[in-house]
Design a protein around this ligand. Sequence first.
Ligand code: UPG
Ligand code: MN
Length: 736
Amino acid sequence: MESPLPLHVCHVNNLSVILNKLHAFLHCIAIALLIYYRASYLLQETRAISIIPWLLVFASELLLSFIWLLGRAYLWRPVSRTVFPERLPEDDKLPAIDVFICTADPEKEPTIGVMNTVLSAMALDYPVDKLHVYLSDDGGSPITLRGMREAFRFAKWWIPFCRRYRIKTICPQAYFSEAESDENFGDSEFVTEKRKIKEKYEMFEEHVMKAVEDGEYGNSRNHSTIIEIIQDTSGENETIRQADLVEMPLLVYVSREKSPEHLHHFKGGALNVLLRVSGVISNSPYILGLDCDMYCNDPTSARQAMCFHLDPKTSSSLAFVQFPQKFHNFNEHDIYDGSLRSGYRLQWPGMDGLKGPFLTGTGHYIKRESLYGNFKNKGIDLAELKDTFGESNLFIKSLHQSYEHKNVNGENLSNVLQQETEVLASCSYEHQTKWGEEVGFSYQSVSEDFFTGFILHCKGWTSTYFDPSRPQFLGTSTTNLNDVLIQGIRWASGLIDVSISRFCPLLYGPSRMSLLLSMCYGEMSLFPLLYCLPLWCLVTLPQLCLLNGIPLYPEVSSPFFMVFSFIFLSAICKHLQEVISTGGSVYTWRNEQRIWMIKSVTSHFYGSMDAIMKLLGLRKASFLPTNKVLDNEQVKRYEMGQFDFQTSSVFLVPMVSLMILNVAALVCGVIRMIAVGNWDKLFAQVLLSLYILIINFAIVEGMIVRKDKGRISPSAILLSSVFFVTFLFFGSIILI
Ligand SMILES: O=c1ccn([C@@H]2O[C@H](COP(=O)(O)OP(=O)(O)O[C@H]3O[C@H](CO)[C@@H](O)[C@H](O)[C@H]3O)[C@@H](O)[C@H]2O)c(=O)[nH]1
Ligand SMILES: [Mn+2]
């Protein structure tokens, strides 16, 4: 029998594979020479200079080389993919999908935005009876519940409109703010209907605003469970056409019980409640995970994902299909690297060529079964199942995919089901079960997505990355320094949580997955720490030594100077080549270098410390949701590509003190070179300071030139100067 046409194909980019390997080979040789130079110096019997800064710089070089080496795994076999959704089986043979959307705070996550995400998910191009949308509200806010009811009412207009006219931008807010580009635009019936839907949308927006004004935010730390299947109780049945009285996807509001005495495990906890509650209601075999600000920007993602999930060759081991996280609100300057370019253009495609990319908390279609651990291998002993999954018989029944929800009568949950879902969403349900450990999303790390994906790969599951040209999902990116750095702390802390636990990917991974894949996981989990330590050394010690006239690098006439220069230039050029080949410019490259340095000395440093303190029991885990409300003045500065330094001194002082130190070192170094004449010994250090200053010129500008609100405040500069002097004084005594 002829085999059916494939649902997807995979392309390997051979040219870039060859280039990457060649570059890695040359760079490795240079690193080996560097190590030889440093080691042979250490073995010399007479050394002219203080050994401590020298050793620290050498250690930094080793750490940087190590993390660089781990990162080569991403470049081993990058791939891209094409799908053929038209070859999918008929609609009635498609599997059902549950959409999970999480929200936590109606103040930071505006309700109208969350509801737009809900509406966009409801409008996905998928059979309505196979689409179920769940919203988890960790804020426990009546405003959100009211917003859901309003959204449902508007969806009755929106969904038929999107389906009839094959609207691509299925998020109403985005659709109505787009320039007119509809293919149907010439059609006068369409124009009338669009106008009408727009009016309805404006009314919906007004109602939501009113709900926000009148309503209470609710108490996110202490409230009982509310689970409601949303339906239109207004009795309003007016539609444009009779034929539009269509079926609607199921829409469910879930606010799990919270109490201050219980741990809630943030987003991971919310997702596990959704897994259980949806398990007894719709129990779809696939789940689309979305953050509340990440709307569906195109109706086709579900079918695209099914091209992988339904492929008989790969389906049995495939846990999730990951789409990139893209954002609607960063501009061409992208000064904070909000687009996460290197992640979604290099790392994810790179891992896709191995056994699949990391799990990102949003924009993935995941197989429900993969989150239930290996219960199938454990047999069907009820007591054992209850130890793992908790007491609910109904939920245990739902583990078997044949389970169907017979308990939803019409649009209401039956009493039995209502009670059961409340038990499943209660604070105490997970006590003495394996939720958060062996089953569901993991609680080990605040980057629950990264760790859950890692464990799935350890268990032999695979994943796929798909990055179609039209973004399938669009979120709100952080567009001011303060939000960027706070988010950076959480990510760093979550990643370091993993690397300093017994699950450290470099130790736990290799026996469970390929070495290359463990290297990727190792790189990702360690990079905040392995960059922040060497960066802190390299932006302080060579400068301190320069101020004291002590050389740390080979003199210009030495052949080893070439080795150092080669490594420096090779790293920079490789980065530049990657940026250009993924559509960026020299500015993108500069911005990425700059934000990498800034984050390394601030958020990645604090995040790493936070993780270490959590491990020692000195701090509790926390998850500060990022702010999705945009401040007009800040947006303006962002649009102009200007840094916004309105942030805490905790972030400003390290950045500013380092700038002062580097300016001082540069000036003093140049004077010393001219006056003393030993220029070739200190040349490398002078160049290093110069490079740091050029890349971070925006900080110097913020200190001296700018007068607007986004500049660096004089008090932060004063505090930094005190820091600088203290460092210089004690540093010179201790280290030199
Ligand atoms: O206690 C909480 C905290 C957060 N969230 C939700 O989690 C999502 C992500 O939070 P956000 O503040 O937007 O964090 P980001 O840093 O933007 O999120 C990235 O990083 C997270 C891990 O730190 C992942 O879970 C996300 O998917 C990924 O987009 C949002 O929808 C929140 O509403 C909850 O449901 N409960
Ligand atoms: Mn977010």
